[in-house]
Design a protein around this ligand. Structure first.
Ligand code: GLC
Length: 536
């Protein structure tokens, strides 16, 4: 790492706490489980962890349905456990980032319960989006919008009004025009900042502000198809038409929220940060979330969605760095998260995933690692009966949902439930996961874990890794990427299925994502689907 500000080139590890480690045997991961896993994460060499929500929640959407953002859900532990976790992470030299969900609350939140009990037109209702329906007796929803998890984006209440929920019906959208909402989020930010968190990951950062709520969309079903993170089956022209101007995403007003949040972060010492989940179109608009007076990082979903295609990746890397240079923000590189297929499954091979990881670890800016990625875990096959994601339930099973990437982690090749915990895991673990268990991988020199550990260590020790700037590209054969970063790093990525020989200036191999390559007299014969770092 070369940046004086920790987050600009940090390796940030995403913990999905429900599936990380279960300390009390109830089948669900918890905060004490995360504490128990910290030595493992410190050994791996991550700079920070980001925890998905552990707040009070009925858990209809994996905790992204928050009923009290300033308390811990009993399934995860207590507020005292959260304080212990923050302190323990810091004691291991690991920063702590927590999730914040400004687009919606849980229907169990006190405010929504008050709103249901309050009359039409009340202040309590104006904290959410309540409207009368259409049709003679208001029996039709106020507009035709579809929830991201499918089904109508509106649910009717007993007194006949409807409320908006872009996600599950248990996640009513907040109305940011009501100043109570901003005040409450400010209190939440300060609450966690005072407890010592180093930053926030902002859920659906592009969503909080809505415009033209009563206007129908011309094709709401197709719009939701296009909003899915596996959008590649939709042509660019159709995407542009659908996503160019969505009344509920990426409105100008969201930036006012983040300017005010930036001011709060700046009041605290220690380079507190925020990273935006902003899935916007065109992707160049993501840079608007990280202008100097707004947030610090934005997830690079554009790169994440690409296949293993050298030309497309190179264009995306160049585009990303160019877009961010004007706003002086560092890039982020993300290969998967708790909402997407695991990278091994997405690009179809563990070998390619390792080469892709080493490519991203060599780029300027920060990296995000989703728990289990360092083990090379694939997405798990699950029987439909085990699936719990509201995206599966609300779509009637046509969308398989996101449970496949949320299966509890394998810690041990010999213990029950792969050492995740004593109780039956909340999602079934595949029978062939002993090979990926941490106790196995940490001992195997050719394992994915060992590669990640070496790569993260080099990110700390090599003066060209991490940091910012742009790579210097060198002409390369079709399907190959070749660049240098100064001082002293040369990177070759062979994204083809053939061995390729490339002229290099590097004199020794620092790290390779797989065996089978050779370097002699300035010529690197690089094996298929491999990334190599050279000292030059
Ligand atoms: C974000 C989260 C996802 C959640 C959704 C609604 O996209 O990453 O898990 O379902 O927001 O909160």
């Amino acid at each position: 790492m070369n940046s004086p500000v920790w987050w600009r080139d940090a390796a940030i590890y995403q913990v999905y706490p429900r599936s990380f480690r279960d300390s009390n045997g109830d089948g669900e991961g918890d905060l004490q489980g995360v504490i128990a896993g910290l030595p493992y994460l410190a050994d791996l060499g991550v700079d920070a962890i980001w925890l998905s929500p552990f707040y009070k929640s009925p858990n209809k959407d994996g905790g992204y349905d928050v009923s009290d953002p300033r308390d811990v859900d009993p399934r995860f532990g207590t507020l005292a456990d959260a304080k212990d976790l923050i302190a323990a992470a810091h004691a291991h030299g690991i920063k702590f980032i927590t999730d914040i969900v400004p687009n919606h609350f849980s229907a169990d939140h006190r405010w929504f319960q008050e709103a249901l009990a309050a009359p039409k037109g009340s202040i309590a209702r104006s904290r959410f989006h309540f409207y009368d329906g259409r049709g003679e007796n208001g029996e039709m929803p106020p507009n035709n919008w579809i929830s991201i998890f499918r089904g109508p984006a509106w649910t009717r209440t007993p007194d006949g009004q409807w409320y908006l929920h872009l996600f599950d019906s248990s996640q009513p959208d907040l109305n940011w025009d009501n100043p109570d909402v901003a005040a409450d989020f400010e209190e939440t930010l300060r609450f966690w900042l005072d407890l010592g968190v180093d930053g926030f990951r902002i859920d659906v950062a592009h969503g909080s502000v809505k415009e033209d709520i009563l206007i129908d969309h011309r094709d709401p079903e197709r719009l939701v198809d296009a909003l899915r993170l596996d959008f590649l089956e939709i042509s660019e022209a159709e995407r542009a038409g659908l996503l160019g101007d969505i009344p509920f995403f990426d409105r100008e007003g969201v930036h006012d929220i983040y300017r005010s949040w930036r001011r709060i972060l700046n009041e605290y010492s220690g380079d507190r940060m925020a990273v935006a989940e902003a899935f916007v179109y065109p992707s160049s608009r993501a840079a608007r979330y990280v202008r100097q007076d707004e947030l610090n990082q934005v997830f690079n979903f554009n790169f994440m969605m690409l296949g293993w295609d050298a030309a497309a990746m190179k264009a995306s890397i160049e585009g990303t760095l160019a877009e961010l240079v004007d706003v002086k923000a560092p890039a982020t590189w993300v290969l998967n998260n708790h909402d997407t297929p695991r990278v091994v499954t997405r690009i179809g091979s563990a070998r390619k995933a390792r080469a892709l990881a080493m490519l991203t670890h060599s780029l300027p800016g920060g990296i995000y690692i989703y728990q289990g990625e360092e083990l090379g875990l694939p997405s798990a096959d699950l029987p439909d009966a085990a699936r719990q994601d509201p995206a599966f339930i609300r779509s009637g099973g046509t969308d398989k949902g996101r449970d496949e990437c949320r299966v509890p982690l394998p810690w041990s090749s010999t213990l029950a439930n792969y050492g995740y915990g004593a109780g039956k895991p909340w999602l079934p673990q595949p029978s062939d996961w002993a090979q990926y268990a941490m106790d196995v991988e940490v001992k195997v020199p050719s394992s994915s874990w060992t590669l990640y550990k070496k790569s993260l260590a080099l990110r700390h020790s090599h003066p060209a890794l991490g940091g910012e700037g742009v790579p210097t590209w060198i002409d390369a054969p079709l399907g190959v990427m070749h660049f240098t970063r100064e001082p002293g790093l040369e990177v070759v990525v062979n994204a083809t299925d053939e061995r390729v020989t490339v002229a290099v200036s590097g004199t020794s191999i620092l790290l390779e994502s797989a065996d089978g390559s050779s370097l002699q007299d300035g010529r690197l014969a690089i094996a298929a689907n491999t990334t190599i770092w050279l000292q030059h």
